[in-house]
Design a protein around this ligand. Structure first.
Ligand SMILES: Nc1nc2c(ncn2[C@@H]2O[C@H](COP(=O)(O)OP(=O)(O)OP(=O)(O)O)[C@@H](O)[C@H]2O)c(=O)[nH]1
Ligand SMILES: [Mg+2]
Length: 363
């Protein structure tokens, strides 16, 4: 089951990335965030033609950037032949409108980009409803009425479940939101009943997107879950039985990856998927130990777990991709900071015995 990410690259939107680094934000974190935005744009099927970073003490209400910078962005757009500008910062409805008009190209922010990736990747009915709900809530809250109906048409996100323009035009959006919310509630109730009937203990894989959660699920259970070196490969999660060394079994579930500034509407919509983590007996937190900013990613994971109310579930930290040189170099320091953690390489099935043994002990 391959997500249709590649095929849409043909629609080839050329994007210019813009980032405004406000006072008090570190240069390294900003650079990492921009790099991540580039990967997100790539995942969405856009070609990145360049990027512009501006440091500002405070954002401007009208454009976020200063007016002088607007001209630079315009020039950079022309140079890069970009027909899309993606801001790493959140934009207000007014700012999106003003920037659209001033630059003459489509302008979106990080949240909208993530929503559109989710729209493209959602496969199950439940995931599609969740994404459409999040998109509609985003539209209702952010976009002036006159433009609402156009936002999710054309280009990136074209194939998403959120784009049904006729429905949007003909039906008041709030009614559709209520309708989708009811449908989602029914699905969630059914899923909860299914989970209640399921054997315990329940173990849940959580972690930053691209950390290797699905690879770990496959390694521990031969689940055949979709693995990809793009962000948000997993939206529809799988549950499989895993055998522990003491002969007991446990149910192991994969989840949607976390990312910094994960849109709150999306967190709310995907709550049912994340409920699995809240109800779990044990969390396996997977981290990409080879990533230069693995500690920041772990902070995001812990914040998100707190946000969904799963921070009290016992957890075991797996420092994954230990086979990569960058991970090997970082490992001693990471193990000092996170004493209970286990180095693993899910893709090579290394360290799995330790994982299973510790799981059995903790359950
Ligand atoms: N070198 C190396 N690569 C790994 C390892 N585990 C996973 N990967 C790679 O990391 C990428 C992401 O793996 P996934 O399992 O899809 O990650 P995920 O956490 O499920 O990601 P999302 O579902 O997108 O949130 C893939 O290209 C994997 O092949 C590992 O132990 N070593
Ligand atoms: Mg995955």
């Amino acid at each position: 089951m391959r997500a249709p990410a590649e095929s849409v690259a043909a629609a080839s939107e050329r994007a210019l990335l813009v980032q405004v680094v406000l006072a008090g934000h570190s240069k390294e974190v900003a650079a990492d965030s921009l790099e991540e935005l580039e990967r997100l744009a790539d995942t969405a099927g856009a070609i990145v033609g360049g990027s512009i970073t501006q440091r500002r003490d405070r954002p401007t209400a009208a454009f976020l950037v200063g007016e002088g910078k607007l001209a630079d962005i315009q020039l950079a757009c022309r140079r890069a032949r970009a027909n899309l500008v993606i801001f790493d910062n959140d934009l207000s409805a007014v700012q999106v409108n003003n920037l659209d008009l001033a630059l003459g190209v489509k302008v979106i922010d990080r949240t909208e980009l993530i929503l559109q990736i989710f729209a493209r990747r959602a496969q199950s009915a439940a995931a599609q409803i969740q994404v459409e709900l999040a998109q509609l809530q985003y539209l209702v809250s952010r976009i002036p009425i006159s433009r609402r109906q156009q936002r999710f048409q054309g280009g990136i996100g074209m194939r998403g479940p959120g784009e049904s323009p006729l429905q949007l035009r003909n039906e008041p959006m709030r009614r559709r939101i209520r309708f989708l919310a009811r449908k989602l509630q029914a699905i969630q109730n059914r899923e909860r009943r299914e989970r209640e009937g399921r054997p315990r203990p329940m173990v849940c894989l959580v972690g930053y997107t691209n950390a290797g959660k699905s690879t770990m699920l496959n390694a521990l259970t031969s689940a055949g879950a979709f693995v990809d070196d793009r962000l948000f490969a997993t939206l529809d999660t799988k549950t499989r039985r895993v055998r522990l060394p003491d002969g007991r079994g446990a149910m192991l579930t994969d989840t949607v990856g976390f990312i910094r500034h994960l849109p709150h509407g999306l967190v709310a919509s995907f709550r049912s998927t994340l409920d699995v983590a809240v109800e779990a007996d044990l969390l396996l937190t997977v981290a990409d130990a080879s990533h230069a900013h693995v500690r920041d990613q772990l902070d995001v994971v812990h914040d998100t777990l707190r946000e969904i109310g799963a921070d009290r579930v016992p957890s075991l930290l797996l420092l994954n991709k230990a086979d990569l040189p960058a991970a090997a170099a970082a490992m001693p320091e990471l193990l000092r900071s996170f004493p209970g953690a286990l180095p693993v390489a899910a893709a090579r099935r290394e360290g799995l015995d330790n994982v299973l043994a510790l799981m059995a002990r903790m359950l």
